[in-house]
Ligand binder design. Sequence first.
Ligand code: G3D
Ligand code: MG
Length: 187
Amino acid sequence: MSRTYDEERRFDSVYKLVTLGEAAVGKTSLVNKYVTGKFQRDYHRTLGIDISTYDAKIGTYLFKLLIWDLAGQDIFRDLRTRYCQGASGGIVVFDLTRPQTLETAPRWVQAFRDAVGPEPLLILLGNKADLEKNRKITPEQGEKIASDLGLFQYKETSAKTGQEVTEAFSTLAIKIKESHESRRSPP
Ligand code: G3D
Ligand code: MG
């Protein structure tokens, strides 16, 4: 089906998004789930940066999302600036079953802001919500950290069941769109 004029016109909303957070919290799985609709159990460990390109129709908008996903922390330290440069936003992911992955969230947020400044939007995701029995972090704790860090929202996700995965990326893209528009035309 050919695109309507409206869609063509809006297709220039191209956003680079980055994944941030400790190893094994589910960053790659969330991206895979979002872009392919599949949960990949036997993935190969990412060696560098994976860039997924995804044309997302969200409401009446058509976005092109370039989702950058990075492997281990050591590599992160070296590539931090280049990795984050030009990003419109990002997802900060922690594992609901491992509190230490939430404790380091402020450092990921700070590193991102050091590289790109305060404007690009970040959403906090508490992932592995399907492992309810092993949960160590309450929704209230997640909400509080997100708000203390100035992140615009907190969501609990599961790359396994798909819970809130599409919603997380959609909300981020829409929020970026709104913030760009309000900056372009102040009230
Ligand atoms: P990372 O990219 O943040 O390092 P990965 O994390 O996406 O590689 O995921 C790390 C491990 O957590 C993987 O397990 C993956 O299958 C699992 N995982 C990711 N998201 C979820 C989730 O929402 N629920 C559950 N139950 N598991 C998840 P393996 O065993 O393959 O290392
Ligand atoms: Mg990964």
